[in-house]
Design a protein. Structure first.
Length: 263
C-alpha cells in the first residue's frame, strides 16, 4: 500500500507501508530529473563567450549574442538543431518544453532528436521500524530502487544479546536482511539510526552492538558504504552528473566521528 504525499516540479514524496508486527511507514523522496550538462564546445561554436553568458546558460536563462541570435540552455543539442533546420526562437522553446515542431518544408522535428539525456534525480528512502520480511515488500523495493541513501533504524543483530525474551527484538528486521535489501536496491549509502535504548546503553560511537549492526549490514551489502549516524549528522547526497564511480576499497564502516572499522 502506498500514498503520494507531495508531487511538484522539484520532487515526489511517497509513503509505503512496511512489514512488521506494528504499523510502520517508509518515506521515499525522489528528486525530479535534471536537464543535461552545458555543452561548452557547442557554446563556443555558436559564438557564446565564457563569463556572464556561460553563467546565465548554466542557470537556465537564454542569452542574446551581439548579432541578435538567441542561444538557449544546456539541454538543447544546438548542432543537431542546426542540421535539422530548426531556427532559434519559438521552435527552440517548444522543443525545450517537450513539443514537436514543424519546419517550413513540412518536416517534423521531435524533442528526442535534439535534447541531450537528462540526469536522474536523487532518491532518499527513510524507513520506520520494519519487521522481518523487508526483502519481500514488493511496493517498497519497487519505489526505492536505485536509492542514493537508505536511512534505516531499529535493527537487530545475530548475537545472543538480541535474544532477550522481555523485548520485542524478534519482531525487528535483522541487520543482515537490511544489508541484502540495500544490495538488491543498488543503494549508494546506508545510514543506521534510531538505536534501541533497551540494548544500546553506551554512546553509539563506542557501543560494540552498533559496530555489530554496521558489520552485519556491510557483510551483505557489497556495493556501497555504511555509516552509523548521530544527532545533527549531515550527509551530502551528490548530484548525478554522470556514471557513478564504485565505492573506494577498502570500504569504511563508521561507528562514530573518530572511530572507524575497515571491512
Amino acid at each position: 500500500m502506498t500514498w503520494t504525499i507531495k508531487t511538484d516540479d522539484e520532487c515526489k514524496i511517497t509513503a509505503v507501508a512496511l512489514p512488521g508486527p506494528r504499523p510502520a511507514l517508509a518515506y521515499i523522496v525522489r528528486e525530479a530529473d535534471r536537464a543535461g550538462q552545458l555543452m561548452v564546445d557547442q557554446c563556443t561554436a555558436l559564438g557564446v563567450r565564457p563569463g556572464t553568458m556561460y553563467k546565465k546558460l548554466k542557470g537556465g536563462e537564454e542569452v542574446c549574442l551581439e548579432n541578435g541570435t538567441y542561444v538557449y540552455p544546456e539541454q538543447l543539442m544546438v548542432d543537431q538543431c542546426t542540421v535539422l533546420g530548426v531556427r532559434p526562437g519559438t521552435m527552440y522553446k517548444k522543443l525545450k518544453g517537450g513539443e514537436e515542431v514543424c519546419l517550413e518544408n513540412g518536416t517534423y522535428v521531435y524533442p528526442e532528436q535534439v535534447l541531450s539525456p537528462s540526469r536522474p534525480g536523487r532518491i532518499v528512502a527513510v524507513l520506520g521500524t520494519s519487521g522481518p520480511g523487508l526483502e519481500k515488500a514488493a511496493a517498497f523495493n519497487s519505489i526505492a530502487k536505485g536509492a542514493d541513501i537508505l536511512v534505516m533504524g531499529s535493527l537487530r543483530g545475530s548475537s545472543s544479546t538480541w535474544d532477550d525474551d522481555s523485548s520485542d527484538a524478534s519482531g525487528l528486521c535483522t541487520a543482515s536482511e537490511a544489508g541484502r535489501v540495500a544490495e538488491n536496491l543498488g543503494a549508494q549509502h546506508v545510514l543506521l539510526s534510531r538505536f534501541d535504548g533497551r540494548f544500546h546503553t553506551l554512546p553509539h560511537e563506542v557501543d560494540p552492538l552498533v559496530a555489530e549492526l554496521a558489520h552485519e549490514v556491510a557483510c551483505e551489502y557489497k556495493s556501497g558504504n555504511v555509516s552509523a549516524v548521530h544527532d545533527y549528522w549531515t550527509h551530502i547526497v551528490e548530484k548525478h552528473d554522470g556514471p557513478l564511480e564504485p565505492p573506494p576499497t577498502p570500504r569504511v564502516v563508521w561507528t562514530g566521528l573518530q572511530q572507524q572499522k575497515q571491512i
